[in-house]
Design a protein around this ligand. Structure first.
Ligand code: HEC
Ligand SMILES: [Cu+2]
Length: 448
């Protein structure tokens, strides 16, 4: 009997201790993964569906996980059993196991069984996919969701939006150049907002998801799975919330520097509250005093050519001075129009081609009716309902400091070197643009 040289024996000995250590490691990792995934109050929890579309997914995930768990237990259990039963203690030539090549019955068995399991899973998966992909073409309310570095835009269409029949230049200016719009009618959204998607409860909402720059992915775990936002493509998706409340989301496709700061929230309201919200959002913004409104109206008349300031210089109104909000409105028209649209305030001079790589910046028409901004990372209101002024001022003072962005490369809001009085007036203006949301929404949308 010839013993295999001792170094081998040594390494076999180490290998024998290996499985136990490996098991301990796998066990620890598994338990910690399980414990952390069960964090209570986690905002992004796939396992807690809050609407029928998410239920569909959940009802698929759970049985598949159970089957996968059983398979995992069998495989791990079998492996441990084999090691126990057939593992050699002292490696000698005598112990060398008989070498078998091929076992037709076994091989057919382990091909057919997994194939059957996968076939069953496929039947359920395909049927869920089909329900998920069925969407109403003539839905009363459709929302086009546009991902952009690093925030989400929501465009609401009255009477629905159907990518097969409609096109919208605002979705992607460059897309229009490459896509054939023949036979399609141009359609404009009635409401454009950012970060917070407001929906009525108990209604299936058709979403059409796209992007203006790079790939993003829209994900509101409580309401449905992920859907990629791809430039040049419009992907249908849907969500539905059973109860009023706030459902958190996050971009889940790595999209650059501030990817983790590209968050969003669905705010689901009762039908009556949604109707109120809808009416408020559709109305254009106005100045806060008659003095401001007169100046604004005259500015628009100058743009329209119905008032010639050179002909009537004595009738030219000075920019409003009395109200800080109206002073801010005037600054806004001058400094912010090259990027931001606020319907009622600057649509006459806004070109629709913001100085951004993407050609768009958040619509600020009713900014203060949202509770979070800049990709859902800042709170506009404190939990007690007061305004979080220092944060908004800091944002206007130096946006790239508050949220990393390639602002010099026109991928975020640049530092506009505003003076402190300007910042003060702009904050007053921004706060005058919308109805403050209900206290409950303010506390529920609060981000840390
Ligand atoms: C060069 C383009 C540009 C200019 C000019 C500009 N902004 Fe912005 N602004 C942006 C971009 C882009 C964002 C989105 C930044 C993000 O979330 O990453 C933004 C975000 C904002 C937000 C947060 C909106 C939201 O809902 O998330 C406010 C408020 C804002 N800007 C105010 C202003 C004001 C006031 C001015 C004028 C003094 C101004 N901006 C000028 C590009 C611009
Ligand atoms: Cu993204």
């Amino acid at each position: 009997m010839k013993r295999i040289s001792s170094p081998h024996t040594g390494s076999i000995g180490a290998f024998r201790r290996g499985p136990r250590r490996a098991l301990a490691l796998v066990g620890t990792l598994g338990v910690s993964a399980f414990v952390t995934s069960c964090a209570s109050g986690a905002e992004l929890d796939t396992m807690k569906p809050k609407g029928p579309t998410a239920d569909d997914l959940h009802n698929l995930i759970v049985p598949v996980f159970i089957v996968a768990g059983v398979v995992l237990a069998l495989v791990i259990g079998g492996t441990i059993l084999m090691i126990r039963k057939f593992g050699v203690k002292e490696y000698t030539e005598v112990d060398f196991p008989e070498q078998i090549h091929g076992n037709t019955r076994l091989e057919i068995g382990w091909t057919i069984v997994p194939a059957m399991i996968l076939a069953v899973v496929a039947v359920f998966t395909v049927s869920v996919l089909q329900t998920q992909n069925k969407y109403h073409k003539d839905q009363a309310l459709s929302v086009v969701v546009v991902g952009q570095q690093w925030w989400w835009e929501y465009r609401y269409y009255d009477g629905g939006f159907d990518p097969a029949k409609n096109y919208d230049l605002g979705i992607d200016v460059r897309l229009n150049e490459i896509q054939n719009h023949k036979g399609k009618t141009e359609k404009h959204p009635v409401i454009v907002t950012a970060t917070q998607l407001v929906v009525p409860v108990g209604t299936e909402i058709d979403l059409y998801i796209t992007s203006r720059d790079v790939n993003h992915s829209h994900w509101i775990p409580a309401l449905n799975g992920k859907r990629d936002a791809i430039p040049g493509r419009i992907q249908p998706w849907k969500i539905e919330a059973d109860d009023p409340g706030v459902y958190f989301g996050q971009c889940t496709e790595f999209c650059g520097l501030s990817h983790s700061r590209m968050r969003m929230q669905v705010v689901a309201m009762t039908d009556a509250d949604f109707q109120t919200w809808w009416a408020q959002q559709k109305a254009p913004a106005t100045a806060t005093t008659p003095e401001g409104q007169a100046w604004l109206d005259q500015q628009k008349a100058i743009t329209a050519g119905t008032f010639n300031s050179k002909v009537d210089p004595s009738k030219v109104l000075a920019a409003p001075t009395a109200s800080a909000a109206d002073r801010g409105m005037a600054i806004f028209r001058g400094q912010c129009t090259r990027c931001h649209l606020a319907t009622g305030i600057n649509e006459d001079i806004y070109t629709g081609e913001a100085q951004q790589v993407s050609k768009a910046a958040p619509n600020l028409t009713h900014f203060s009716s949202r509770t979070t901004y800049a990709g859902g990372i800042f709170n506009l209101y404190n939990p007690d309902g007061t305004v979080n002024r220092p944060q908004l001022e800091a944002w206007l003072r130096n946006p790239p400091k508050e949220k990393p962005a390639y602002a010099v490369g026109e991928r975020g809001m640049p530092n506009l070197q505003l003076s402190e009085p300007q910042i003060n007036d702009l904050v007053e203006y921004l706060l005058s643009t919308g109805t403050k949301p209900a206290a409950e929404i303010i506390t529920k949308t609060e981000v840390e």
